[in-house]
Ligand binder design. Sequence first.
Ligand SMILES: Cc1ncc(COP(=O)(O)O)c(C=O)c1O
Length: 385
Amino acid sequence: MPRLSATAAAIPPSLLLRLFERAAGYAGEVIPLHIGDTHLGPPPASRFDRLGLDDAPSCWLYKYGPAAGWAPLIERIAAKLAARNRLAIEPAGVQITAGATHALSCAVGAVCDPGDELLLLAPHWPLVRGIAQARAVVPVEVPFTTPLRAGGDPTAILEAAITPRTRALYVSTPNNPDGVVLSAAELAAVVAVAVRHDLWILSDEVYEDYVYDGAHVSIGSLPGAAERTITVFSFSKGYAQAGLRVGYAAGPVGAIAAMRKLVNHTVYNVPHAVQRAALAALDAGDGFLGEARARSQAARDRAVAALAVACATPAGSTYLFLDLRPFAAGDPDGLLERIAAAGVVLAPGRGFGAAFAGWARLCFTAVDEARLATGIARINAILGG
Ligand SMILES: Cc1ncc(COP(=O)(O)O)c(C=O)c1O
């Protein structure tokens, strides 16, 4: 075949393939703790069988729709952004996307040119690196939450990473994988650096509904941030609708208009049916959010208590980030393979940044409580022996 693009070749293959191979040899049920998902179903009112989709008088279900998204969903989101995130965003500043993954891809494309540098505050969500690479943007990993919680200064950490090519920074709170919830003061320090160097802030807030200690603060609500922040949200996490692939971005109208062109040239528009399910979740999902958060917090506490490896209790998200280096004898991949061979898959730390080889991420909502306990017992058996 003709040659493939160097851009695509630069994106590394999944680190999980080898672990899946090892897990396939396990005789019993494999427990997937690598995946960032929930075992819960979505809010009942948002299920397709409750939506009466084919009754829609507009018949939009089978037609092309507006590139921005379905107007009733956009208006409902604008109201939510004002009430819950203190983001004063007009409907033209909201873009519906195929999940936060698509939102971030289009946001990077809207604000960065090939060769620009995007700071990834690390440890970071693995896919954001490939999202940058897919647009020939240079991902620059900046260990952030880990040094911060060890007493580091956010301003100094960021200033040291900035070059004349830096165009934007990616920050997530609550953070995946370590569950760190950034304080308003820490976020203000990030904004100050962005203002000083005229950078875009790409704020990933897909775990806004999973804050257990403290409160979620949207960085875009801080003074000076609104005109340089694109915030992305998702229906995957809070509302347990990951399979529907609905997310959204909110920001300055000009930036969202640029993103909209990229949305239009990738998926044209997000399907109407899934936007209807997302609106139903927003309308009826408040009780669901509270229950899911309480259940997730209980799972977090049980997992922290049960694991043989000490780890910080995360203030938010649905993950534990485990430093397995003391157990790895210099071979972190080998350790994760032995855990996979014992029937549990964890997400390898290297995906969250080069500085985190030897760590692993465990999602404590991926499976129900009984399977989580079984998975942890298997991990402990490998770590202990
Ligand atoms: C931090 C973070 N951002 C974005 C995403 C992507 O979410 P979505 O399912 O909406 O594409 C995830 C999914 O795991 C995530 O953890």
